[in-house]
Write a protein that binds this ligand. Structure first.
Ligand code: ADP
Ligand code: MG
Ligand code: ZN
Length: 575
């Protein structure tokens, strides 16, 4: 009671603070160890599992934050056997649940799931079992919408409690409760009744990611403000993180990914995440032409086709699954050696989860993120309606576009953990790239003014003020304007910088079919009174145009050379 809230920030801390819970010596400890070995056939507990089990067995509410594949299920499955009563498991996805139930039944543990397609007989059997305190039934899985919609279900659970059978409520993917989270689901809002309705039954929330504000939100919503929080460090030491700047043409990018898979990950299992169904299909087709056993996966496929793709990938018949994020939660394949993001994901949390599907067996695996400016606008128009959508996106953009900070440092900042760059052990591209060149603040006020001028010229070109331009158009025009002094890569970096620093901002336009992102001047520009605008750049990033120096040397007679550079005429116009 002295210290109810345990917030663990680093591995070191977690070892000390969790100690109180992560130990033997509770009255159920011998039995718990026996069940672990004899029923689950597992050697030993993984980090936090024993702490979580001891907490809920002590009737404490708890939230366990453990990376995907970390073994969250055992935190409620084992208590389900220890309590000899009913454990109710709320889980968002039927598909995951069915898999778990099959596994449990193989272990001779009576578990079931009630949903729309459950037979009458099974429903009856389960309803009888959960209201009979001597039954051997142990785990009932339901979706939040089932709870919210079925009064009968709630009545049976109340009966279960009144006969003393209901012992524990586990809520999987508990971050879905929070509007601040990356996966808010309205049906989770109903779960606020659980604590009131089932007094005395401990609630165990489980998730792979939750920042402090999400966590506070979740606890408030579930009415478990005093819950113990067990948080493992975010770090997955066997994963190597890399960001690669993406070629501007789709074909070149796809070729590059195929090449990376064939050279670095030949014959190894992996996932390529794409933004759209169309991207997935195109990428899978290209990979196949390069001799890679690939298959697409997205929400628009028939359930049977989806499940066969999934199964064939699990069994190894398919080497690479090319998927949208529909291929997600709860994928449990231990030997995924690489996760490649063809397009920037929505947030750092999403990236952490999606890339975290690599290397669950603890062996080395690689996470590669392909990044270019125009993908930001694709994502932003999709996420902008979420309350925190744009700021979450800009955070992952900061992660991707910062080529001078260890990727793990960036993640640690996001997860609010203390972190030393040396702990990365050079398992990220930034730490590996031993740069001798130094990051320097470069004044980009002149270029910024040109960018703003382009935006304003376009606005004024149309009388009603509707002449806004997209970020891609701005990049084209700016590259042309600056061609004499700066290259396109620099222009891309500059626009990103100006967006992240609010000199520019995105402005969304809604049509019947889509949302378009335009770039307009931002809040910082409105208060800009002249003077330097400093942007950190490496000396090799200054993007001083080669065409210009070349032409200066060659003079204006070198016509052949001019054809190579796409923006040549403009150089001369500006000169
Ligand atoms: P999560 O829900 O955290 O993503 P799961 O509960 O699905 O993870 O577990 C992932 C995998 O780890 C499963 O295959 C599970 O059997 C295995 N696992 C869980 N706990 C242990 C343990 N203590 N020892 C060995 N393997 C474990
Ligand atoms: Mg799970
Ligand atoms: Zn690093």
């Amino acid at each position: 009671a002295i210290e109810r809230k345990i917030e663990l920030k680093t591995h070191e801390d977690s070892d000390v603070v969790v100690d109180r819970w992560d130990r033997d010596g509770f009255s159920w400890s011998d039995e718990a160890n026996k069940i672990l070995k004899d029923r689950f056939h597992l050697e030993s507990f993984r980090p936090l599992q024993r702490a979580a089990i001891n907490a809920v067995m002590s009737k404490e509410d708890a939230v366990v934050i453990l990376s995907t594949g970390g073994g969250k299920s055992l935190c409620y499955q084992l208590p389900a056997l220890l309590t000899k009563g009913l454990t109710l498991v709320v889980s968002p996805l039927i598909s995951l649940v069915e898999d778990q139930i099959l596994q449990l039944r193989k272990l001779n543990i009576d578990a079931s799931c009630l949903n729309a397609s459950t037979s009458k007989e099974e429903t009856k059997r389960v309803e009888d079992a959960i209201t009979n305190k001597d039954s051997q039934f142990r785990l009932l899985y339901v979706t939040p919408e089932k709870l919210a919609k079925s009064k009968r279900m709630m009545n049976k659970l109340e009966k279960s409690l009144s006969v003393g059978f209901l012992k524990l409520i586990a809520i999987d993917e508990v971050h879905c409760c929070s509007q601040w989270g990356h996966d808010f689901r309205t049906d989770y809002a109903f779960l606020n009744v659980l604590k009131r309705q089932f007094k005395g039954v401990p609630i165990l929330g489980l998730t792979a990611t939750a920042t402090s504000n999400v966590l506070d939100d979740v606890k408030d919503m579930l009415g478990i403000q005093a819950a113990l929080v067990f948080r493992a460090g975010f770090n997955r030491s066997n994963l190597k993180y890399e960001v690669i700047s993406k070629k501007s043409s789709d074909e070149e990018c796809a070729e590059e990914i195929a090449h990376v898979i064939n050279t670095q990950f030949s014959g190894q299992t992996g996932i390529v995440y794409c933004l759209s169904r169309n991207d997935c299909e195109k990428m899978a087709t290209l990979l196949k032409t390069k001799g890679i056993r690939a298959k697409h996966y997205h929400a628009y496929m028939e359930p049977s086709e989806k499940s066969s793709s999934h199964q064939n990938w699990i069994s190894g018949k398919i080497q690479v699954i090319v998927a949208t994020v529909a291929f997600g939660m709860g994928i449990d394949k231990p030997d995924v050696r690489f996760v490649i993001h063809h397009t920037i994901p929505k947030s750092i949390e999403n990236y952490y989860q999606e890339s975290g599907r690599a290397g669950r067996d603890g062996l080395p695996a690689t996470c590669i993120l392909y990044f270019k400016l125009s993908d930001v606008f694709k994502q932003s128009s999709m996420v902008q309606q979420d309350r925190t959508g744009l700021s979450n996106l800009y955070n992952i953009v900061r992660y991707a576009s910062d080529s001078s900070t260890c990727r793990r440092v960036k993640m640690a900042e996001h997860f609010e953990e203390a972190w030393e760059p040396s702990w990365c052990q050079k398992q990220c591209d930034v730490c590996q790239r031993a740069t001798s060149s130094e990051l320097k603040s470069t004044d980009v006020s002149k270029e910024t003014k040109i960018a703003v001028q382009i935006i304003e010229d376009n606005l004024n070109a149309v009388k009603d003020g509707s002449g806004r331009i997209t970020g891609n158009k701005l990049l084209d025009l700016l590259s042309k304007k600056l061609a004499g002094s700066r290259n396109r890569v620099f222009c891309e970096k500059l626009i990103l910088f100006l967006l992240l620093e609010s000199y520019l901002q995105e402005d969304f336009h809604y049509t019947v079919y889509s949302v378009i992102s335009y770039v307009v001047v931002g809040s910082k520009w409105s208060v800009y009174k002249g003077g330097e605008i400093l942007m950190p750049l490496y000396s090799n990033e200054l993007g001083l145009s080669e065409t210009k120096s070349r032409k200066r040397k060659a003079g204006s007679s070198s016509n052949e050379k001019r054809v190579e550079a796409e923006d040549d005429e403009v150089v001369f116009l500006d000169d």
